[in-house]
Design a protein around this ligand. Structure first.
Ligand code: PLP
Length: 384
């Protein structure tokens, strides 16, 4: 039996044991409702306030600017809906064609409801053009929404520069920072963002907990009404998950991003091994400005879905791109936006975490070489 090799950490990550340990007391003993007036609940409320200080530190924000949500999708939708409510007479939004589905589907909904959306194009490396962004701004623009790092390519986007453009034109700016957290230092003040989202399950906390950063004094309308989170997000707080997220953040701060040097080395080692041993390989994305853990790679003539099936039979788990789209069996909107030659070069996405090792990379590359050769041979036989 082969050992499992999990290389799909942009889809989700394993919960860290220390995170789980920190959460357990809040499932077993300290299960009070933070809104209760008696001590059993109140002490939990205190803990939530402490966790906000931790998350704020990660973002260079203030604790009162942190709102807990159920996931980053909720954070993204809340931020967009808030921006449009703040500017009821403005009906134009600028975003990119490579955002996460939670942003793009919200934009589609708004388009059906009278909004005009500009989807910034990307070049073949997935890069956006800031001049195009600035030229797209009109008197009717109420929001710019651009991600900090792309989940499929790993590309990092110039958020500080976009924040400056948004500020100059007095337009709200939302940033989806889900994939960047723990991999790039985030400073909301320096980046000039008004709202920003992150998600627990990409940083070794559980699924089902997210954060929305909302700049102090920005008028705010909740998506879910209720008195929790100072009237900004209704619903009894998911205390154990909030504690887990805070622990995961604390671990990032304690490590001071050092893990990324190791991920960078591992990823580059893997890519060089692949290129040395397999002919006609393409690596998609902005190779000079990528997350250290991500590789989006294609092998001429090899269909990614067939390759993934073979790798899965060896207990190697990777994906063709975004986990949220993979069931649709549609080509990745990100690669389509890059005008990639998906007929001949359909990619797989490998995304590493702190748990991955060089030994796993070596096993993976060996199996990958066999699988690619096998599929290319099969194709050749068929064409005869
Ligand atoms: N934004 C990006 C860039 C993501 O990669 C994801 C998850 O894949 C999300 C948002 C959504 O996060 P969640 O699963 O917490 O809703």
């Amino acid at each position: 039996m082969n050992q499992d090799i999990y290389f799909d950490n942009n889809a989700t990550t394993k919960v860290d044991e220390k995170v789980l340990e920190a959460m357990m007391p809040y499932l077993k003993e300290d299960y009070g409702n933070p809104s209760s007036t008696y001590f059993f609940g109140k002490k939990v409320k205190e803990e939530i306030i402490n966790t906000k200080k931790n998350i704020a530190k990660l973002l260079n924000a203030k604790a009162n600017e942190i709102i807990f949500t159920s996931c980053a999708s909720e954070s993204n939708v809340t931020a967009i809906m808030n921006a449009i409510k703040l500017n009821p007479n403005k009906k134009h939004i600028i975003t990119t064609s490579i955002e996460h589905v939670s942003i793009l589907e919200t934009m589609k909904y708004l388009e059906k409801n009278g909004y005009n959306i500009t989807y910034l194009s990307v070049d073949k490396f997935g890069k956006i053009d800031l001049e195009e962004l600035e030229h797209s701004i009109t008197n009717d623009t109420c929001l710019i929404a651009v991600m900090l790092a792309n989940n499929e390519l790993g590309n990092i986007y110039p958020i500080k520069e976009i924040g400056e453009i948004a500020k100059r034109h007095n337009i709200l700016f939302h940033c989806d920072a889900v994939q960047a957290v723990g991999k790039i230092k985030i400073d909301v003040a320096d980046m000039n963002v008004d709202t920003l989202s992150l998600s627990g399950h990409k940083i070794h906390a559980p699924k089902g907990i997210g954060v929305l950063y909302v700049k102090e004094n920005l008028p705010f309308t909740p998506l879910i009404f209720g008195h929790q989170e100072y009237n900004r997000r209704g619903g009894t707080e998911n205390v154990p998950y909030i504690i887990g997220l805070s622990k995961a953040v604390e671990m990032i701060l304690d490590d001071n991003y050092k893990i990324n040097d190791r991920l960078f080395e591992l990823r580059n080692y893997m890519e060089s091994q692949i290129k040395e041993n397999i002919e006609d390989v393409i690596i998609y994305g902005d190779l000079n400005n990528r997350l250290p853990n991500t590789s989006n790679i294609a092998f001429n003539g090899v269909k990614a879905d067939e390759l993934l099936l073979i790798l899965e039979s060896f207990n190697i788990f990777i994906s063709t791109g975004s986990a949220c789209n993979s069931e649709l069996a549609e080509p990745s909107h990100v690669l389509v936006a890059c005008k990639a030659d998906l007929e001949n070069y359909s990619p797989i996405r490998i995304s590493l975490s702190k748990y991955n090792t060089k030994e796993e990379i070596d096993i993976f590359v060996k199996r990958l070489i066999n699988a690619v050769n096998m599929l290319r041979r099969k194709k050749f036989e068929k064409s005869k």
